[in-house]
Design a protein around this ligand. Structure first.
Ligand SMILES: [Zn+2]
Ligand SMILES: [Zn+2]
Length: 295
């Protein structure tokens, strides 16, 4: 379990120089920016068709966010989730309401796709079972084509709740493999620029919160001294893979200082060539890939 605990927001501002343990997501314009980045990365890319298809899905997410935002009753219930030992939106146990299914149906209104339309023919019970499997990491239970759409709806649900969570993070240890807000796995990490320059944050693949973790430890097993960095081109590459010789896992690291337009989920998908190289060296990805589920 994460050693960052979410506690009700306190009126006192963090002291200068203090490291914020968590940044809750800011969703305004997120999907528009992500779709634009995906379309930019698609130009001349060997996976251009897939990047373009995902851009269309992300644009549909933006339209759902604009037209069917999280109902206020769900926002009002969020404070009750705080003050417990586990992450407030722990995704495997969180009692999902019907809203996420409404989000899935709305995605189907905005996106003509046979897999999505087929998914919408299923009853709520089997959709909920598929969501349970995805959120507990049992990816083999779900068709990977369907998983993409289910995860897009679930992520829209969890990221809006996270954005409205009246809480801030409190650090009390080093166990930080999972998101302190929803307990899901990271997509990747990035090394911030600006006010928090040089700090490493892991980016949640479900609720899109970011949480702090020191750079010298493996984000999976916390070992120090066994980390290696891989990139496909130069030393100053904006994306590298950080592998750990201790647990044989890797997670990508993004460096916005080398490309200010980086968008973690879009750039993760566009850099799967790096994953292939690192996996060939015998390392397994420790995080999730929201646009490419196994199976
Ligand atoms: Zn999360
Ligand atoms: Zn490790």
């Amino acid at each position: 379990m994460s050693s960052i605990q979410m506690t009700p927001v306190e009126p006192v501002k963090a002291a200068v120089g203090e490291i914020p343990p968590v940044f809750l997501p800011l969703n305004a314009g997120r999907y528009t920016a992500r779709a634009a980045r995906l379309r930019h990365l698609a130009e001349g890319h060997p996976m251009a068709d897939y990047l373009g298809f995902v851009a269309g899905l992300v644009e549909a997410q933006q339209r759902v966010l604009d037209t069917l935002p999280l109902p206020s009753a769900l926002i009002d219930a969020l404070p009750e989730r705080l003050g417990q030992d586990h992450p407030p939106l722990e995704c495997s146990t969180f009692p999902r309401g019907a809203y996420w299914l409404a989000v899935l149906r709305q995605l189907g209104e905005h996106l003509e796709h046979p897999t999505l339309q087929g998914l919408l023919q299923q009853n709520a019970l089997s959709l909920e079972a598929a969501a349970d499997a995805l959120l507990t990491g049992d990816y083999e239970q779900v068709d990977s084509g369907q998983a993409l759409f289910l995860w897009s709806a679930l992520s829209l649900y969890f990221s809006q709740m996270a954005a409205h969570l009246p809480a801030s993070g409190k650090a009390h240890g080093e166990q930080r493999q999972h998101c302190p807000v929803c307990a899901s796995a990271p997509v990747a990490s990035s090394i911030l620029t600006g006010a928090h320059s040089g700090l490493r944050y892991l980016h949640c693949g479900l609720c899109e919160s970011r949480w702090h973790m020191v750079r010298l430890k493996c984000s999976n097993c916390e070992a120090t001294g066994a980390l290696d960095y891989w990139s496909l081109d130069t030393e100053k590459a904006p994306v590298k893979a950080e592998s750990c010789g201790e647990c044989q896992s890797y997670l990508k690291v993004f460096y916005p200082e080398h490309d200010k337009d980086l968008e973690v989920l879009a750039d993760d998908l566009a850099s799967l060539g790096l994953d292939a190289e690192v996996e060939r060296e015998g390392f397994g990805r420790s995080g999730v890939s929201p646009f490419l589920f196994p199976g």
